[in-house]
Design a protein around this ligand. Structure first.
Ligand code: CMC
Length: 429
């Protein structure tokens, strides 16, 4: 009679253990009973990079990496990208259900009316060097928000949590755009409450002398779709950072800053920036084969390719390719797109990429669209962070409300020296 359990025989002792299986997993803590001696701390699982460890149960996003499926709260990403808006998707991630018309109105109004930042934050941004990377400015200013809202420490207070969530989603575009304006030496452009979330972001990025800056509707929609595609992605590196830092009961601004810092790296949200630099360095189609050979020799990575979970085409990359055409109708074609398409074609026919199941990920085409929209390359990871903020916050809240969660504190396998006596400096060799 099959049972939902795992029988383990410890060949060191000959003892047999029965460990329950639930939701396709065994509890790592159940391995602790497997010991060779009474004072043994018990068997651990060793999993660098958390390749096969589920630190939580989550009802927010679902990925089937083999079949290239991504859903938020059960809704396919393709449907959300076609029919939803970013703020509606953010509501869905945070509340678990699509809003009614009245709920959406209230939600959009709340976000729209929290887009301003304290004037002192401008002074803080002024202190950065002119060529400071905007992601560094973004991480620091998000963290600094915690000093303006000390009540955010009340993480168990539902109302306070809701307020900080609205503030964070509302203010991240403002901080991002201000970071950009500082880097190009332009005066800060204030939020315009008449505009959509994405429209307002473009306004704060690009307004100059005009009294009212109304960005092109296609570009607003394209940016909204890009934000939707980035909004959540289960337990990735930055979301894990959000949950880890949040598990110590730090306030949500500090946790979001930590998540953004994790996102900054080139293997994660910094990859979109690296893709653009890579395409520029390849320069022409004729140089692609030589570039691919270098990748295969392990000299560098094909940025925007590969994913820990997707072992087929990233569904977000497919949608982005479509959005690119709509954007190019407005902005004119970014010549890098032809290079990227050819690079993808050659890579997907190559045994190296085929055997490792390396396909384009969300970052492969996103930067080409951002560049066509005149967004500077070093802003790309910042845009990823704006899109991911609702997902981070939904995961943070889920973690806080999950009775099983505790402070994140993994074990280790100690490989250092045995105990030894301190040697006075004059006796050291
Ligand atoms: N170019 C060349 N080889 C690669 C690449 C790549 N982009 N990605 C993985 N590989 C190879 C890797 O060398 C290894 O080969 P071997 O088995 O011979 O040693 C094999 O594929 C498995 O790679 P891995 O590094 O063990 O895989 P991982 O799951 O630890 O890493 C990844 C996932 C996304 C960090 C990696 O694929 C990568 O570095 N990609 C480039 C950076 C990138 O585009 N990041 C954006 C990810 S999607 C957006 C996000 O959510 O952050």
């Amino acid at each position: 009679m099959p049972s939902d359990s795992l029988t383990i025989i410890d060949n060191r002792t000959g003892k047999q253990y029965e460990v329950p299986i639930q939701d396709g997993a065994v509890r790592a803590v159940d391995l602790r009973q497997i010991k060779t001696r009474d004072d043994d701390a018990g068997l651990m699982s060793y999993d660098p990079g958390y390749i096969n460890t589920a630190p939580c149960k989550s009802a927010i996003s679902y990925i089937d990496g083999e079949r290239g499926i991504l859903r938020y709260r059960g809704y396919p990403i393709e449907q959300l990208a076609e029919k939803s808006g970013f703020l509606e998707t953010a509501y869905l991630l945070l509340h678990g259900a699509l809003p009614s018309a009245a709920e959406l109105d209230d939600w959009v109004s709340a976000i729209t009316h929290h887009t301003f930042i304290h004037e002192n934050i401008k002074k803080f941004i002024d202190g950065f060097h002119h060529d400071a990377h905007p992601m560094g400015v973004f991480v620091s200013t998000v963290a600094a928000l915690s000093t303006f809202y000390p009540e955010a420490k009340n993480i168990q207070d539902e109302q306070s949590r809701a307020t900080q969530i609205v503030r964070l989603i509302a203010k991240t575009p403002t901080l991002a755009a201000f970071a950009h304006r500082h880097s190009v030496g332009l005066p800060y452009a204030y939020p315009d409450n008449d505009l959509s979330y994405s429209g307002n972001f473009l306004n704060m990025m690009f307004r100059t002398t005009e009294v009212k800056h109304v960005p092109d509707a296609t570009l607003q929609r394209a940016l909204d779709v890009l934000f939707i595609l980035h909004a959540d992605h289960e337990q990735n590196c930055s979301t894990s950072a959000m949950r880890n830092v949040g598990s110590s009961h730090a306030d949500p601004y500090s946790s979001t800053a930590a998540a953004a810092a994790a996102l900054y790296g080139p293997l994660h949200g910094g990859a979109n920036e690296e893709v653009l630099r890579m395409l520029r360095s390849i320069g022409a189609k004729k140089n692609i084969p030589a570039f691919i050979e270098r990748v295969k020799r392990g000299e560098l990575r094909l940025m925007g390719f590969g994913h820990r979970i997707y072992k087929s085409y990233d569904p977000r990359a497919k949608i982005i390719k479509r959005v690119a055409d709509e954007v190019f109708d407005v902005t004119g074609k970014n010549p890098l797109i032809d290079l990227a398409v050819e690079l993808e074609r050659i890579a997907l026919e190559d045994e190296y990429f085929v055997s490792r199941k390396l396909y384009p990920n969300v970052d492969f085409y996103s930067g080409i669209i951002y560049e066509a929209m005149k967004i500077p390359v070093d802003m790309f990871p910042v845009l990823f962070a704006i899109g991911r903020t609702p997902g981070w916050l939904a995961q943070w809240q889920e973690m806080l409300l999950d009775k099983e969660q505790r402070i994140a504190r993994p074990r280790q396998i100690y490989t250092g020296p045995e105990v030894r006596d301190y040697v006075p400096i004059e006796q050291r060799g």
